[in-house]
Design a protein around this ligand. Structure first.
Ligand code: PGA
Length: 256
């Protein structure tokens, strides 16, 4: 039995107005209140971050995250947001290297690594996404892809920074498709990721790092996925847009 606290995050992507966000928080708190036994992170679009924080009020165990950031501290980067600007909004986590950013916006492991380092410097906790495409899976390249992305995205982190990084294993073929990895497939990938983390650091650091699964997590498959020994939570897209279904997923983490 590992001692890692589960971490479940709601990745709203490019959805949710300010008004919808406030309603979502109200509904979610009615379902669950301020929970302590699972780390819950709400990741709205930038435009709704302030409203989510305000709506959470005294529910201080529920943290707010951002979906991306730039690695520079400030300056002439029109359209970008820095870690300092996120901290100004009381943001605590930041999702980096999501496959949509890698595939649609050309983010490489090198870019992700710059962002991960900048996040740590600003004491934001990164959630670093990695995962293979269907073509890579069918070509037998899962381990190679995961190892390359993991090592490339986490270059030059010290043990403390590594421990405060969450990894999200998100097979690209399972994102938004309704086709989740089976618990056995996910566990196999998570065990490989933890083994790679051991090689990159040591046993005690690797045992502390939380690895979320993401890709079509729903209330009806969450419990089985999160009961696997190396699955320490979930990064939830579609099913997080509805407060009640996200609350069900958090409850599934709690019962594990
Ligand atoms: P999904 O997205 O739950 O809609 O598959 C997960 C993600 O992209 O983080």
């Amino acid at each position: 039995m590992n001692m890692r606290k589960k971490i479940v995050a709601a990745n709203w992507k490019m959805n949710m107005t300010v008004g919808e966000s406030a309603e979502w928080v109200r509904d979610f708190l009615l379902e669950l209140g301020d929970i302590r036994d699972v780390d819950v992170v709400v990741v709205p679009p930038f435009t709704a971050i302030a409203k989510v924080t305000e709506s959470l009020g005294s529910a201080q165990n529920i943290k707010v995250g951002a979906q991306n950031m730039h690695w520079e501290r400030s300056g002439a980067f029109t359209g970008e947001i820095s870690a300092a600007l996120l901290r100004d909004l009381f943001v605590r986590y930041v999702v980096l290297g999501h496959s949509e950013r890698r595939q649609l916006f050309g983010e490489t492991d090198e870019i992700v690594n710059k962002k991960v380092k900048a996040a740590h410097e600003a004491t934001l906790k990164p959630i670093v996404c990695i995962g293979e495409t269907l073509e890579q899976r069918d070509g037998g390249k899962v381990e190679k892809v995961l190892s390359t992305q993991l090592r490339g995205s986490l270059v030059d982190l010290d043990a403390k920074q590594l421990q405060e990084t969450t990894i999200a294993y998100e097979p690209v073929w399972a994102i938004g498709t309704g086709r989740n990895a089976t618990p056995a497939q996910a566990q196999e990938a998570h065990a490989f990721i933890r083994q790679t983390l051991r090689e990159m650091s040591d046993e005690s650091v690797a045992e502390k790092i939380r690895i979320q699964y993401g890709g079509s997590v729903k209330p009806n498959n969450a419990r089985e996925l999160m009961s696997q020994p190396d699955i320490d939570g979930a990064l939830v897209g579609g099913a997080s847009l509805e407060a009640r279904s996200f609350a069900e997923i958090v409850k599934a983490a709690r019962e594990e």
